[in-house]
Design a protein around this ligand. Structure first.
Ligand SMILES: NC(=O)c1ccc[n+]([C@@H]2O[C@H](COP(=O)([O-])OP(=O)(O)OC[C@H]3O[C@@H](n4cnc5c(N)ncnc54)[C@H](OP(=O)(O)O)[C@@H]3O)[C@@H](O)[C@H]2O)c1
Length: 338
């Protein structure tokens, strides 16, 4: 496993991370707690030290499972969570925060009982971090990221709170997620941003065009690439016959139609020569392509089982040549998957 410095901090972090959204079950058609804990154990055994979760992933469930899984090995983990999505506040009645969506226990639902707000007030961040610490049974978070951005709280107030939490030792690094370059500029004007967590995969390359990747490169900000396998589409393991459970975000998504899964699988098969050269699976090549795009990238691979982790982790050892990286980019561009 390769390790890279997180932002400008001292924290050495594995290039492949464990994404803990799916193990919360919410938006993923449920999950199996025992299997999830085995998956995290396997991740640590295979050199993955970065675990990324969020309170929103199952209204606390993912954090609770992560807490159980890391008991006894907390010192080996770079623990990343988030703040800024609240389903349990009525402060919106005072005009604070921005409605993000309605949700139920399975996922996003127009008639759901939870009103989920984007909310980054200083008091709210402090309230949230205490709950995350309790759920994960720890006394500090290595990386705290603002999950989504909102306009009712000045970024300067949010960033000053994060910097204070760092001074107090409650967090060791500061990250932001789902930002624009303008957001990044405003955060960075107050203090060093260590991480931008953004959607990035072979078929989701917006950050290369909207200035975010350039900003990261110019300011020593690490990229945490989220949904690097496009929610499983790029693993090479997805069958067109797959039936997604109720509540699974992929169930109604045209990206996961049998026709599109077939198209993507055909594209992936074109990587076979490169995969053979590295004795790798197609999914591993996709992950290694992602780590190869920027030297401060960490790829957050979502996984729900030991088997998936054991397949994904070795991609953290692979360094593709410039020529191979280009070949893969060209094949993907030609396939034109959206
Ligand atoms: N900041 C944000 O707003 C944000 C948004 C999205 C994600 N994230 C972070 O990024 C992480 C990863 O993103 P993601 O979960 O959306 O998607 P992903 O990593 O692109 O895909 C994960 C899914 O692919 C399937 N999979 C993974 N490895 C596999 C393997 N070896 N063989 C077969 N199937 C495999 C699993 O689903 P099945 O087993 O069900 O097929 C798994 O849940 C999240 O967990 C979260 O930490 C952050």
């Amino acid at each position: 496993m390769q390790y890279r410095q997180l932002g400008t901090t001292e924290i050495q972090t594995s290039v492949v991370g464990f994404g803990a959204w799916a193990i919360g079950g919410w938006m993923w058609g449920g999950s199996d707690e025992k299997e999830a804990i085995r998956a995290i154990d396997a991740a640590v055994d295979h050199g993955i030290n970065l675990i990324d979760t969020a309170p929103m992933y199952g209204y606390g469930r993912s954090e609770e499972i992560v807490g159980k899984a890391i008991a006894g090995k907390r010192d080996k983990i770079v623990l990343a969570t988030k703040c800024g999505l609240r389903w349990d506040t009525k402060d919106w009645q005072k005009g604070e925060g921005v409605l993000h969506f309605y949700g139920n226990n399975k996922g996003i639902a127009a008639d759901g009982k939870f009103r989920v707000y984007k909310y980054l007030r200083p008091e709210s961040i402090r309230w949230e971090i205490e709950r995350s610490l309790l759920r994960m049974k720890t006394d500090h978070i290595d990386l705290l990221q603002t999950h989504w951005q909102e306009e009712t709280t000045p970024i300067v107030a949010t960033m000053e709170t994060l910097l204070r939490l760092k001074e107090e030792g409650k967090i060791r690094a500061i990250g932001v997620s789902n930002v624009t370059v303008e957001h990044l500029r405003q955060y960075q004007a107050v203090g060093q941003v260590d991480v931008a967590q953004e959607c990035f995969s072979l078929i989701d390359r917006q950050i290369e065009h909207n200035g975010i990747l350039d900003f990261c490169k110019a300011n020593g900000v690490s990229l945490l690439a989220y949904s690097p396998m496009a929610n499983g589409l790029l693993t090479g393991r997805l069958s067109p016959d797959r039936v997604f459970n109720e509540g699974d975000l992929r169930r109604e998504n045209p990206r996961f139609s049998p026709e599109n899964i077939n198209r993507v699988n055909s594209m992936l098969r074109e990587f076979s020569d490169v995969a053979e050269k590295y004795h790798a699976t197609l999914g591993q090549i996709v992950i290694a392509w992602t780590t190869g795009q920027y030297e401060k990238t960490h790829v957050l691979c979502g996984a729900r089982s030991e088997k998936q982790v054991i397949e994904n982790a070795p991609a953290g050892d692979m360094v593709l040549t410039e020529e191979n990286l280009q070949t893969i980019s060209d094949i993907a561009a030609e396939a034109g998957i959206i």
